[in-house]
Design a protein around this ligand. Structure first.
Ligand SMILES: [Zn+2]
Length: 171
C-alpha cells in the first residue's frame, strides 16, 4: 500500500494540464492503486493524479461514504476510476460549496452542473459512459478539472463574497 504525499496549491503540477494515458499497463495499475490508497487515507471524495504529482489523466472518485451524499443526493457508482475522462453533456447549474485536499484552508461557492455525462476509460482500458448526478456529479467535475490543470478556485462565482477560510466557518 502506498499512500502518497498530497501536493498543495500553489504547486505547479496542480496548474498544468495533464497528458492523456495512451497505453494502459503496469504503470497505470500502480498509479491507480496509489490513488485509491491515498484517497482512502484522506477525508476526500476524489483524488486526481496531479494531486500526487503525476501529470496524467487519471482520477478516482468515491462518494459512497460521505455524509454530504445524503444531503445533496444523486447517483452513486461507489469507487469509480476514470482515465482520460471527458464531459460530453451537462445540464442544470448549481452553486455548491466546495473544498479540495490540495487547498486545505479554503472553501468556496462554485459554479457546477447538476448532471453530467462522462466518457472515460476504465481501469481495464475499456470505454465507458456514465451519467452522474447531484453530489457525485460535483465530485466528477472537480476531479476532471484537476486533470485540466484547474482548481475549484478558478470556478468561484465572486471572489469577495464566495470564498471562505475553513477556520472562520468552524468557529
Ligand atoms: Zn481537489
Amino acid at each position: 500500500m502506498a499512500v502518497r504525499h498530497i501536493r498543495l496549491f500553489p504547486d505547479f503540477v496542480l496548474q498544468t494540464p495533464c497528458r492523456p494515458i495512451v497505453r494502459i499497463g503496469p504503470k497505470t495499475s500502480d498509479l491507480l492503486r496509489d490513488l485509491k490508497h491515498t484517497l482512502q487515507a484522506s477525508h476526500g471524495v476524489g483524488l486526481a493524479a496531479p494531486q500526487i504529482g503525476i501529470s496524467l489523466q487519471a482520477a478516482v472518485i468515491n462518494v459512497a461514504k460521505d455524509p454530504r451524499k445524503r444531503f445533496l443526493g444523486g447517483s452513486n457508482h461507489g469507487l469509480a476510476v476514470v482515465i482520460n475522462p471527458q464531459i460530453v453533456e451537462a445540464r442544470g447549474l448549481e452553486r455548491p460549496r466546495e473544498g479540495c485536499l490540495s487547498v486545505p484552508d479554503l472553501l468556496a461557492n462554485v459554479r457546477r452542473y447538476a448532471w453530467v455525462r462522462v466518457r472515460a476509460l476504465n481501469a481495464e482500458g475499456r470505454q465507458w459512459i456514465l451519467e452522474v448526478e447531484g453530489f457525485e456529479a460535483l465530485a466528477f467535475q472537480h476531479e476532471i478539472d484537476h486533470l485540466q490543470g484547474r482548481l475549484f478556485l478558478d470556478r468561484v462565482a465572486n471572489l469577495s463574497t464566495d470564498l471562505y477560510r475553513r477556520q472562520d466557518l468552524q468557529r
